[in-house]
Structures are given as C-alpha cells and as structure tokens.
Design a protein around this ligand. Structure first.
Ligand code: GLY
Ligand code: MN
Ligand code: MN
Length: 464
C-alpha cells in the first residue's frame, strides 16, 4: 500500500477532472470468487480501479465520492467473533480507512441507502463498466439495472477520467512495476536454467508459478508455455520438451501491491537454435529492438508497430517467404499472416491495463484512429506516447498452418507472400519476444533491473 496522500490525491484529481458534472461516483470492490464451493475460493484479487483510488485489497468493500460536496465514504463490514475464529483478528474498517486517508466509514449495507437517496434526489450515480458477475448482481440490486445494459449504463465520463489518470504511471507505480518485472525475470531465468529435453512443459509452469507466489502475490495471467507456440495463447502444457523444437514462454507476476509484469521468451529445449530457427528468431529480436529504439513521447504506438512489423517484412523477404515492397505489404496487412496480433498493450495494475474499461478507450482514447488493416487493427494500444506510459513490446512470427491454408485458398496478399515456400514451415511453431517498456521524457527504457537474454548468442550462452 502507498501512503494515504497518494490515494487522497488520486481521488481529488478524479473529482477535479469531473468538476461541475455532479452526482456520486460509486466504486465497487471485488468479492471472493468461489472455485467449487462458496468457502473455497480462488486467490482474492481486488478490482484495480478500486485499488488505485482506495488502496484496500480485501473483498466486499464499496466507496462513494460525492461530486457535489466532495464527501468520501468507505463501506465494509467489520469481522465478528464467528469470522475471527477463521480469519484471526482483523483491523476494523475505521483503521483501514485511516490508512488510505478516508474519514467517513459505514457498514456495507449503508451503501444502499446512500445510492437510493441519490437516485430519489434525481442525482447521477456514476460507475465503471462491471466485468464480474458479483458486481453486476450488486449493481442490479442497488439500481435495478438489467444485466445486459450494465455496460451501457456505466458512465463514460467517469471511465475516461479514470483511464486518463491511470494510464500515466506515477513514480511509486513505476517502482512497483519494476519490482514485478524483477519477479518476472526470476521466473523466466529459472525456466531457462531448468529447461532440458525430456521434462514436461508443465514442470516449468509449476516452477515459474511457484516463484511468482513466493516473491509476489501470483502470476499476472495463466502462464503460456508450449512447444506449439504458433498457438498464440497456448495453455496446454502436457508435451515433453524435445530437441529441435522451440518453446514459447509468456509469463509474468503481480507484485504484492498489485502491479504486473509480462515477458515472453522463446527457447530451444536443447539449448541451441538450429540455423533456420536462429534466422527467424533474429528477425523477431530485431523487431523487438526496433520498437525499443523507436518508442518515445510524441510518436504513436501505431507508428512503432509499423516500424517493428517493417523489420519483420524485411526479414521474411530476405528469407524469400515474403516479396514485394515493404510499405505496400504493410498497408495490405500481409504481415498479419505471420503476426496476427498487435505489437503491444498498456500495462500496469492489469496485465492488459484497464481493458475492463474498454479496449478502444484505453488504447485509442486520445483520438488516434484504430486501423482496419490486418495485424495493425489488432493493436490494442495505438495512442500517441507520453512519458509515464507503460506498454508491452511483443512482436512475433508464427507459422499457423490453418491460417496459411485459409489465406492461400482465398488468394490473400499473394503479391507479398510466397505460399509455396511456407509449406516447409508447417511444423516450425512460433516465436514471440516480449519486454515491458516505460516511456520516458526523451525515449523509453526497459522495465526491471535486468533484461532477459534476447539475442541468439546470449540465449545460448545463458542456457549452456
Ligand atoms: N500475456 C498476454 C499478452 O502478452 O498479451
Ligand atoms: Mn505476454
Ligand atoms: Mn503482453
């Protein structure tokens, strides 16, 4: 938890950006999510906007900011002896509220009264788009809103104001993201060192997840680790690591204060790339480095994406898998056959930061227009960069047989793709290389103290 001044100033900044709009802002924290019976729950994770403004990471809290008189109020229940038997003694809500600079507190049920009074008085009740069913049920009970219209009834002005605050990271947040990246570094380096032919993919998954838990709170998303790296988010880990193949590992951690890391490396289980693997791999690492060299304030991440994917087209042309003019190929979206996703996404308290608030608002809310070109249209963050933005840089090259066959049968981009040459790549797999970037006043830097090995020689040396 940060100091109470941080949370106070964030709430003040939010209220200031909605100045003159009136009404109340209703924040709902997350509840427990049961795994199989009500008392057996997944690890609790607080809603990130609630955490950002109110700092308390425990279930069943709500909060209100009254935009007309500036009042702030936190709602939650104190434990009684029945709970204490199971949980041990807990500070009362008043003490917790004090730590995050809130003076007024009440039991959770009192939020109903505050909201219904506001509704009766004809005041606007502003809330963020809910993404958990428990939250939707609570909103339904409080406001009588149908489940299908919840997103539409959420408040766009509030949503935009929250995004504009959260998207520029404060120094205290950057320190936490660096810490999350340092955990991610340890996770990936441990997998790199433990990788050898004959073990199961899931052994590495367990090793990495254990480190996330022992150093932070948990993984920032289910670990992606597979020799079938051409499947972008492959969560099947049943295969035996085999010499001659490549293993994509995409994983990160959440720090104890709720900030994320997200790294991908692609490793040869034998410790040595084949010459062909090294050739494709180097195109991807060059594309990753191109983004690192290009990203700076004032340039849009769309432009950075185009610069990085230009490197991919150049490289695939040199391998005679693509042909034609690079810019024309990019405008035609031909690179989308090899990289069906965008270069990156916002990061922070969520690994895809604030996408619960709307991917377009988060990625394009500054007026940048999302492209319709394949590949570029999948870019989740296209904004013009500002110091304090945190983004992933994750180019990839994948050989996806079903996609290649579909494109070929439809004659897509045949002026730019040598379909015949691709037949030899149907069992190649995929390569993705992902780092996390902080935009600085004059450029960008990698987050975390150390960079995971990324060049062919560095990976092979680290694995030796
Ligand atoms: N880990 C998911 C992603 O890289 O976007
Ligand atoms: Mn990732
Ligand atoms: Mn990512």
């Amino acid at each position: 938890m940060f100091s109470k001044e941080i949370y106070r100033s964030r709430r003040k900044a939010l209220a200031a950006s909605l100045k003159g709009k009136g009404g109340i802002i209703l924040f709902l924290g997350n509840s427990e999510a049961p795994l199989d019976y009500p008392d057996n729950c997944y690890r609790f994770h607080q809603d990130s906007s609630f955490n950002y403004f109110w700092g308390l990471c425990e279930p069943d809290l709500a909060a209100v900011i009254d935009l007309d008189n500036g009042d702030e109020m936190l709602f939650g229940n104190d434990v009684d002896i029945e709970d204490i038997v199971w949980t041990g003694p807990m500070p009362v809500l008043k003490e917790k509220a004090e730590k995050v600079g809130v003076e007024k507190t009440a039991a959770l049920c009192a939020v109903e009264k505050v909201v219904s009074e506001a509704v009766r008085g004809g005041r606007v009740v502003r809330f963020l788009p809910p993404y958990r069913n428990q939250t939707k049920i609570f909103l339904h009970k409080l406001l009588g809103i149908g489940f299908d219209e919840m997103g539409l009834r959420s408040d766009p002005e509030l949503t935009k104001a929250v995004i504009e605050l959260r998207i520029v990271k404060q120094d205290c947040e950057i320190a936490e993201i660096d810490a999350a990246c340092n955990i991610g570094y340890q996770m990936h380096m441990s997998a790199l060192k433990a990788m050898k032919p004959g073990i199961l993919e899931q052994e590495l998954v367990g090793l990495m997840e254990g480190i996330a838990i022992s150093k932070g709170s948990m993984i920032s998303f289910p670990i992606i680790l597979s020799q079938n790296g051409e499947t972008l988010h492959n969560h099947h880990h049943h295969q035996i690591l085999t010499p001659g193949r490549l293993c994509v590992i995409d994983a990160g951690a959440i720090s104890n204060t709720g900030y994320c890391s997200d790294f991908t490396r692609t490793l040869p289980p034998s410790g040595k790339f084949t010459p062909l693997q090294a050739e494709v791999y180097t195109i991807v690492s060059d594309a990753n480095n191109k983004a690192l060299a290009t990203a700076r304030p004032g340039i849009s991440y769309q432009q950075v994406h185009l610069a990085a994917t230009g490197v991919i087209v150049e490289g695939l042309k040199a391998m005679r898998l693509m042909k034609g003019n690079v810019d024309d190929a990019l405008q035609a979206g031909a690179v989308g056959l090899f990289m069906p996703h965008g270069l990156g996404h916002n990061m922070g308290m969520d690994v895809h930061d604030m996408e619960d608030l709307g991917e377009d608002l988060v990625g394009y809310g500054d007026g940048t227009v999302r492209s319709t070109i394949p590949c570029l249209r999948s870019l989740r963050m296209g904004r013009t960069l500002k110091a304090g933005h945190v983004i992933s840089d994750e180019p990839g090259i994948y050989f996806i047989p079903a996609l290649i066959e579909k494109w070929e049968s439809e004659g897509l981009c045949k002026d730019f793709i040598n379909y015949d040459a691709l037949k030899a790549f149907y069992t190649f797999g995929g390569i993705r290389l992902e780092d996390d970037l902080l935009i600085t006043p004059d450029g960008c830097r990698l987050l975390g103290d150390k960079r995971l090995p990324i060049t062919v020689p560095d990976v092979e040396a680290a694995m030796a």
